[in-house]
Design a protein. Sequence first.
Lengths: 352, 299
Amino acid sequence: MNTIVANTLTVEAAAPTSAVQTATPVAAVVEAAVPPPRMIERAGPLEPSVRSKWFAGLVVIGYAVISLIPLVWIVMTSLRTPEDAIAYPPKVFAQPSLIGYVNLFTTRSRVGADELAALPPATSWYEQLVREQQMILAGPSRFQDRYLNSLLIGFGSTLLSVVLGTLAAYAFSRFRVPGKSDLLFFILSTRMMPPIAIAIPIYLMFRNVGLNDTHVGLILLYTVVNLSLSVWLLQGFMDEIPREYEEAAMVDGYTRFQAFIKVVLPQAATGIATTAIFCLIFAWNEYAFALLLTSGTAQTSPPFIPTIIGEGGLDWPAMAAGTTLFLLPVLFFTILLRKHLLRGITFGAIRK
Amino acid sequence: MNAVLTRHQGLSDRTLAWLFVAPTIILLLAFNIFPLLWTIYLSFTNYRANKPNADVLWTGIANYQRVLGDEAIWDNMRATAHFLVCSITLQLLLGFALALLLNRKFRSHSFWSTAILLPMMLAPAVVGTFWKYFFEPQYGIFNQIVNFFGGHVSTMLGDTQLAPWAIIIVDTWMWTPYVMLLLLAGLRSIPPYLYEAAEIDRASAWTTFWRVTLPMVMPFIILALLFRTIENFKMFDLVDNLTNGGPGSVTELASIHLKREAFEKWRTGYASAFAIILFVSIYGLSLVAVRFLERVKQR
């Protein structure tokens, strides 16, 4: 265990980093030995036939369209009136309306017809929409606060877990850390625990130190949950950066820390951005801790959206509007991430 | 080379390594290990979180005996097992089929695979709420679509026979893309020369599938199976919003039961014992999962 760390640095220096293996030599041997008997009729040896491609395309597109119906339906519901949203049978096409969004962002109170008539004319389109429902504006809703909380807690915890994760990943990638594989397994295992089970002691712990229902409490907690992903993913990205870069910089007189900051970090930018998006999506979507550890001040959107109620029950268009605004950023980031999704869900094990 | 590397000034690598790893380890100790130890302690007591000033008595293994002897717990476990087996079987079959089809690389296949992936990135809590709306007997679209195809359902969420299938359907909708993505990676990792060799041997498509495709994808199938099992074993967000364990307790999965015991009935000691039992089961599964992760990594 007392090996000088610097000694171990050179050992793996020239290890190939790409996981992709080319099969050409073997294939070439096989083809040379036996003349290919049936490969002439197709474009390539493994190219599926045109008919099978058509079939595959039709089935996959059919599945995709059906699986996207719920998402499209949410967006459509957000643009309906509360009456249309609970019409029987459900309407596919309805007169679009922005009432859902107006109701999402405001609180309103019902007034009598003569009282409404006595008011000065509405000053904005949304006030007009509220008046048409026989109501007047009473103020903003809590949705804005919850959405801001989601943003603040999401970005705060992402920043922390990416910074800490980058440092730890660099150490795991470049230095000999005693008990490295056990540590890495321990780090990953923390993510596999059921949140409700962890929430019991965390709830008591936060209550004792006054972190219940605070932004700091949730930021710290999400940072810790994300650290596992962040360390594992970033270690994979770090492993792909050739050690020669830092070594060259250190020959030029940089300290290792300077080499890390000025050489490794810029090289790891894509990996860091990818990791950050995964952490952000997790924190954005997290529900169990937010439900149990927050009630007002620091509550995020996921526990709030299901509780949006209108008169006489759930206000589906307002809920759909909140859901739409909540899901849109995730859809955007998912499309941005599509090339790295696999890497994220396998904690960096499969690189593609 | 060694001489060059040891010559540099500044912090030694050993110090730097510890400085870099320490914050992560400290946070994990504070927010994972310490709480875990506390849970273990609580599981041997009669502590109730809503009565912080009451005397705490050491009750030994009484909580564990009560958990394992509780008929309701075994109902929850049966519900959890039913959910796990059905949802994961469906996801594996559908996901594998989709992966095989997508692997034929038809035109626009990458666009459609991204479209298919969208549901798995969404917040399960919000998804659960909205599926409640789709399952509404009067104005929900799910019944309309089923009836359109000649089926007949009235209340998916109110029926003790159908409610377990409602959560299976939503979970399958959400997580089939996950399985598909993993298995697609498995299919693409198969070296083409294996298929060329099979073709030279004039193996039928069926034989090629059983002798080449399936064995080569198997580690990925097992990985998907393990990850989905762990995730669904912890399942909370979606079911909490979709059925909240009801009707009665037919969809009360392990985590939902844990929430009710810990945060509604405030039987903290009892809930801690149940939490530890869940911990141990999931820890065992994750050990195996990490082994497969390493195995797949070497490909």
